[in-house]
Write a protein of this length. Sequence first.
Lengths: 246, 480
Amino acid sequence: MAKQVSMLKADDLSKRYEDGVLAVDHLNLGIRPGEVYCLLGANGAGKTTTINLFLNFIPPTTGTCYIKGIDVTKDPLEAKKYVSFVSENVMLYGNFTARQNLEFFAKLGGKQNLAKEQYYQVMRRVSLQEKAFEQRVKTFSKGMRQKLGISIAIIKDAPAVLLDEPTAGLDPKAAEEFLEILGELKNEGKAILMSTHDIFRAKEIGDRVGIMKEGRLVMERTREELQYEDLVKIYIDYMKSEPLTA
Amino acid sequence: MLKTIVRKELQENLYSYRFPLFAIICILLVPLGLYVNNLNYIKSVRDYNEQMRLADEAVASIKMQDVMAGNVSIKGFRPPSLLSIISQGFESALPRFYVFSPDGYMPGESSSGEASILSVQGKIDFVFLIQMVLSLVGLLFASDVIAGEKESGTLRAMLSNSLPRDTILVGKITGGFLALWFPFIIAFVLGVVLLLVRAFPLFVGDTPARVLSVFLAASLFMLIYFAIGSMISSSSSKTRTSLIVILLVWVSFQLVIPRVSDMIADVIYPIRTETQVSLEKSLLAKSVDTETSRELGRQYVLIYGNEDSSGRGDNPTPQDAKWDAVKKEIESNARERKAQQVKQIDDAYGREKRIRQNIATNLSLLSPSAAFARLLADVCGTGEIARRKYDEAVRDHGRALDVSLFSRAKRTVIALPSGKTSLRFSIQPIDVKALPKFTIAPASLAEAFKEDWASLLSLAFWLIAPFAAAYVRFLKYDVR
């Protein structure tokens, strides 16, 4: 079987902010279609910066991000056609209903002229309550907002999905439901990069798990390798270890 | 994509509490302001007509002996400006009339003398509403146009799509402005309908073009403030910061710059008052008259040999002919000298006023509000051009009355060397019906735009610069 090309790829990626902080340090990463990559790390380890670099929210200091082989810095608009993004606090318009939010972001994602029923179907798929479809989002719980966020990613139907701590603050049931949907997306062949603090769920859903510390990817394990290792122990050991830079 | 963002922006505004609030303010205040000012205008026209009738009666009853005694004065009234219902401008500040007399002309009272103490805070006319209320609302609407999306994180969500940043910016500004503009259009149309119902002469002369210009200028002004708000919003990461800056900018543009400009002009170029100048002219006339009388007295004694000669008897003598010639020459020289010196005073005062006005105006044009108010006042015929035309009309009318009335009755005062004075009268026929009527040449709309190029330039700057700044700031914004 021919080796699959990475859908999401970071090539020697570094980011140093204006204040001198090196947020990402020579990161090399490749995520294939149908693969879930979980990025673990403490706050400030560089997980969100990595995602921001993939979305061209900030320019890299060195290195390149590729989405479907497209250089994100050189052609961001083309690259972003192939990626969906769900953040920790799903950003939605509070005065809009769930359907209106979905419709707006679907249109931004290039899905024009969808019927109302198509939006409803996506929301049903993520188990959002039927009565919430036409309710204003400002009344939604965090779990409901997350579901709507993943609906937006689903409706865009992009081959790559970036998730920035999507299960943070969710109750166990909502987090479980969220991971189920993620599993479905994976089975559809999406390449998923998820930054998270949730070690247990990372082990559960991730095909590969990486640990970031001070901007560097200090460890990477496959699902198979983790069957014989204790991820929690590895994580804590890395967090306790000496700083990488003086 | 642009359409999607514009539509979303419109929808978001429609669902917010501020939109109905603004719509209500707009729909209530614009027609109400026009209605009330229309009532004031009707009252002013009625007063003007009545005063004109009384003035005409007074002119018709002018008696020759009054003219000879120099006791005649004629009032020239300024008609109310039709579009003062939109922009009061100088309407209530200018004298309602001037009093013309053989000694020159003096300003009468202004209509602001009848105003209540509340008018000190500014009368609510259409321009005031746009300038004070809608500018602030425009800024407030724009305060969260970018900063709000940054704060809520929705900007990250938008930018994660294949969407050019300039499309987002243009879409958001367009949508936000339309949400501001639609209630204004409704309010304006309602106001116009109300005026038509009240039989306001809206279709007289170039009034429709002027009203359309007012509408376009007001729309442009709102867009300018929206652009300024957007610029501030795109430079702030929080709506609260944006709001504070917006309020400071608004206070500077509305209250500080226009007033400070006037104060600075007063300090660096103080000028005399109109009354002072009138008195100066009056004193000059008296001084010339006194000198003329003395010169006539000297010549009289030289020609007739003594002060007691009564001069012309039944049979004209060679001295009489010589006296007539000398008297004519002295009086003619005096008249010329007086006219020349009065003109010099008028010209010098005109220059002073222009320089002071230019300093104040040019400084105030740093504020788009001042530029807008100036432009609209001129478009509505209540601005600087109207004031200048009024001044010119007063001067011309003064000269015309001098020729056709005041100089027809000559009182020749001969101040004899002994200190005695001799009064001689000569009179030419006066046709009171043919006396010139006081009229003010109206300024055309084209003239208003031509003269207000600096205001237009200021408005153009304040439209383009904030957009450009917002664009640059937004393109360079690092999303984190």
